[in-house]
Design a protein around this ligand. Structure first.
Ligand SMILES: [Zn+2]
Length: 394
């Protein structure tokens, strides 16, 4: 690969630049070389299911060649992005289990830049899984440790707010086997929160953790007060009386519905407040007064990207509705400045969907995929080298 001519501006204290990522693979190992403007403190850990290597560092200014992202040998591909001004990440998708060694730093020929190298050695499945579990445990411990000195540290990881639909008097749909939607989505949301926490890449908060009724606008308020980076509402679909329609659907908020069915679903979900015994107030017009149209437009673009990421990621795990990406006027998706989506994880009216919803293996896979979609989305929000995946049109 040709080495780019590096012209780094050292005059201002700017974020370190990474100008190239080079991968060279051998029979049993591979080397990743990051060409950086200065010495950068980086850490690594691995994730399994699917297998990934994550390299984390401070805020980095990625100025990679346009063809970047392709892998070689044990690396299928990689993505990179800046999650917050202090926090960047490169995620390498692995084709087989391989474990990283330590970083080595050498000035590049001609000077002015550094090559940061990382060796990746093929490993067996057991050792890789052990390393992934160990890394997850270590991150959980770090999060839970509340020594006085760590209280002053501010956790800058992005915040995901998960919103389990319904609760209390508002039962949601009643499933084919007598299960209530409110209970199914709460169990799923708690499993999803655990999965995100175990990955350690994002913080997570839930609008409810028990069987209580919370008005829709309160859920939106919760997300805004906590400064959520993403809002994800979890529901089980209901609209049909037919027992053979099944699959998951991802919705974004839009006053113009994508289709009549989506409009009906939103109308049903928006009835939650009256089901819970709360008078439904007219929509808060002050929101639309305050918000710049631009913010709303930008948020909608990001919500659509989030929804596409979710659909792409869950496609191999769940039977998708024939038109899995839809839009409608959901009251709970109304925050004008937080990218948001609502997933109907399956049809409460379908026996096979309900069986899946109650299966621990399926829940584990589905929550993994959603957690990946969320962290990928946040990763791309910084700087995205990747075109949005194309979806089949309705
Ligand atoms: Zn619902």
């Amino acid at each position: 690969m040709a080495v780019a001519v590096l012209c780094f501006d050292h005059s201002a204290k700017a974020a370190p630049i990474i100008a190239d990522i080079q991968i060279a693979s051998g029979a049993t190992s591979a080397t990743i070389r990051l060409i950086a403007s200065e010495q950068v403190q980086l850490t690594t850990f691995v994730l399994n299911n699917p297998d990934r290597l994550v390299v984390e560092g401070p805020g980095i200014n990625f100025q990679l060649p346009p063809e970047s992202g392709r892998g070689d040998g044990p690396i299928a591909s990689y993505r990179f992005g800046t999650v917050s001004p202090e926090h960047s990440r490169i995620v390498f998708e692995l084709t087989r289990p391989a474990l990283p060694g330590d970083f080595t730093l050498t000035p590049t020929m001609g000077g002015g830049a550094f090559a940061i190298s990382l060796n990746l050695t093929n490993s067996d499945r057991q050792s890789f899984d052990r390393a992934a579990d160990g890394a997850a445990q270590a991150r959980l411990k770090l999060e839970n440790s509340s020594s006085p000195s760590s209280q002053t540290l501010i956790d800058t990881r992005p915040l995901i707010v998960i919103d389990p639909g319904h609760g209390g008097n508002d039962l949601g749909a009643t499933g084919a086997t007598g299960l209530f939607e409110k209970d199914v989505v709460l169990a799923f949301s708690l499993a999803l929160a655990k999965k995100i926490e175990a990955q350690g890449l994002c913080r997570v908060a839930l609008t409810r953790v028990q069987d209580v009724f919370i008005p829709l606008d309160e859920r939106v308020k919760f997300a805004r007060q906590h400064g959520a980076d993403v809002f994800l509402s979890i529901h089980g679909d209901t609209i049909t009386a037919s027992t053979d329609i099944r699959g998951a659907t991802v919705y974004v908020g839009d006053e113009k519905s994508s289709d009549a069915d989506a409009a009906k679903v939103a109308e049903y979900e928006n009835r939650a407040d009256s089901n819970g015994g709360v008078a439904v107030l007219p929509s808060d017009s002050s929101i639309s007064d305050i918000l710049g149209d631009l913010t709303l437009r930008e948020t909608r673009i990001r919500s659509n990207r989030l929804a596409r990421e979710l659909v792409t990621r869950i496609a191999d795990t769940v039977h998708l509705n024939h038109n899995p990406l839809r839009a409608a006027g959901f009251r709970v998706l109304r925050a004008f400045d937080i990218p948001a989506a609502l997933i109907e994880i399956g049809y409460m009216s379908s026996k096979s969907d309900l069986e899946q919803l109650r299966s621990p293996e399926w829940t584990d896979r589905m929550t993994s995929r959603i957690a990946d979609a969320l962290s990928d989305f946040l990763l791309q929000s910084g700087s995205s080298p990747r075109p949005a995946p194309k979806l089949a049109q309705p």
